[in-house]
Design a protein around this ligand. Structure first.
Ligand code: ARG
Length: 258
């Protein structure tokens, strides 16, 4: 009796362990096959102070044209998108060090930046504008900013433009809303930022007026690590697909009207 039990037990143990393992194995395999596409993660950086492209909603959630676009692109490419909030001037270093895979942040494609990073094809055409106090009638162009105080966001093409103005004092801020606030507080004579961002600020009730022509034709691109041509191509293919299937237009209309 005793002997028989002893003999049977290992068989049962063996059987059940085989069954369990078999069961586990098939489960793991099944789970892996199903979950694999959503497990590919793209770590995206943005500086969400740039409405309507990226900003924080009422519950601090990240919203805007760029956010909708990157989620649509991720879906098209089969990636899960994880977005982190970074300083605008920290985006390129974070891409280069590999802390993030890409950045979408209303970033203008420039020759200087192209030396350090890859860009996707353009996804939005922008440019710079000058914002002054509503009651200012002296400043009508970039030239009129000579010797004046100009507020900008650090690391932007607006900051670059302001630095070319003779004898001007450039006051730099970490986020893109601060130059507008500083202008509002009469701490500066003007702010230079991207035209659609100033236009949105004014439509939302911000004070001031745009003067002069829209400066610099600038295209926004998604920024990626230098030499990451594979992911750059994946983004370009997905961008083309969204332009063709109407998804891009839908997102554009949502944020900019028709
Ligand atoms: N387009 C400008 C640039 O590339 C400003 C971008 C600022 N973006 C932001 N999310 N704050 O320099």
């Amino acid at each position: 009796m005793f002997k028989r039990t002893l003999l049977v037990l290992p068989v049962v143990a063996l059987l059940s362990s085989t069954l369990l393992t078999g069961c586990d194995d098939s489960k793991t395999t099944a789970t892996k096959t199903v979950e694999q596409p959503t497990q590919k993660i793209l770590r995206i950086g943005t500086n969400p102070t740039f409405a309507p492209f990226e900003f924080q909603g009422t519950n601090h959630e990240l919203v805007g044209f760029d956010l909708d676009l990157i989620h649509a692109l991720g879906k098209q490419m089969g990636y899960k998108i994880e977005v982190s909030n970074l300083g605008f001037d920290a985006l390129i270093p974070a891409i280069s060090s590999g802390n993030i895979d890409a950045a979408i942040s209303g970033m203008s494609i420039t020759e200087v930046r192209k030396k350090a990073i890859n860009f996707s094809n353009p996804y939005y055409t922008s440019g710079l504008s000058i914002l002054v106090h509503s009651d200012n009638n002296d400043i009508k162009s970039l030239k009129d900013l000579e010797g004046k105080k100009i507020a900008v966001q650090i690391g932007t093409t607006g900051a670059e433009k302001a630095s070319t103005v003779k004898d001007a004092t450039v006051v730099s801020f970490n986020n893109s809303n601060e130059p507008f606030m500083e202008l509002n507080n009469k701490g500066v004579d003007a702010a230079i930022s991207d035209h659609p961002v100033i236009a949105y600020y004014l439509v939302q009730g911000g004070s001031g007026k745009i003067v002069g022509e829209r400066m610099n034709a600038e295209d926004y691109g998604i920024a990626l690590k230098k030499g990451n041509d594979k992911l750059t191509k994946e983004f370009n293919d997905a961008l083309n697909a969204l332009k063709q299937n109407g998804e891009y237009d839908k997102i554009y209309k949502k944020w900019f009207g028709s």
